[in-house]
Design a protein around this ligand. Sequence first.
Ligand SMILES: Cc1cc2nc3c(=O)[nH]c(=O)nc-3n(C[C@H](O)[C@H](O)[C@H](O)COP(=O)(O)O)c2cc1C
Length: 311
Amino acid sequence: MKQEVDISVEFAGIRLANPVFTASGTCGYADELSDFMDVKCLGGFITKSITLKPRKGHTAPRIVETDSGMLNAIGLANIGLDKFIEEKLPIIREMFIPVFVNVAGETIEEYVAVAERLASEKAIAGFELNVSCPNVQQGGIYFGTDPAIVTEITSAVKKVAGEKVLMVKLPPAVTDISAIARAAVEGGANALSLINTFTAMVIDIETHRPVLANRTGGLSGPAIKPIAVYLVNKVYREVTKERGIPILGIGGIRTASDAIEFIIAGASAVAVGTASFVEPVCAIKIIEGIKQYCVRNNIGSIKEVVGSITG
Ligand SMILES: Cc1cc2nc3c(=O)[nH]c(=O)nc-3n(C[C@H](O)[C@H](O)[C@H](O)COP(=O)(O)O)c2cc1C
């Protein structure tokens, strides 16, 4: 007899059919991967970062492979808010899964303007704030590295976000990620996602030049997974557990075992990024693998696994 398992989760008041999202920037704006997978089977979808105006991003080369990962320096290339609303929202309305719009900008006003325009759109479940962007008004320092600015940007967007879930995506390369997490929660974040990429560099030893035209890029993929698991668990223990704030775990997830590791560490859901480039159907396979894990271990609901780390 086939055992029934429940892999649905509650995520900041939203019911997800399963705990697997695709991560921002790795699966387009809507259904670009629909030739490879049934997007409707995902627990949720996160769009590429959207800015107020279109952005060309950095010049090529913008990506390079590394041992167990890759660097990207896309530079937030995106179609901009108007085109997103015109061309992508109609597709998102037919996806029938929770969709988060990832919002980026160079000023707090830009983040607010994007969120404000989308706040009344029913097909959007929430926003994911990409605070790993240079803050032009503060001389280019990343928004996400300063707790005071994280609180400011979160509360400014919260004011216009209406009923939408507000998730803040934390950068990993900070002295104390829990201080940034607390700052986001103080500003009104309903959920946290972590982690974004680590700034890194690859040098061509023949030319002595950095391989990426931007010199540096963000490291992602399996190389960052153990650090991401550690940081998710740290934020879960020190910030979110007692406050009942869910974490979306991201970083090097490639298999169901990877996803379950994040869930045991304290993530309520996970997002698959770089692995989708290697195997576009990866997220769907992970959903199946989570079900099998529950069956194998006699787990009635995946919710029991969230934060079940011992020791
Ligand atoms: C090519 C590429 C583009 C990305 N673009 C974005 C983006 O637009 N906004 C964002 O918040 N994160 C972006 N990310 C970061 C991912 O969403 C994710 O946080 C990170 O890659 C770690 O997960 P992974 O190891 O599973 O890829 C991008 C990552 C890659 C590899």
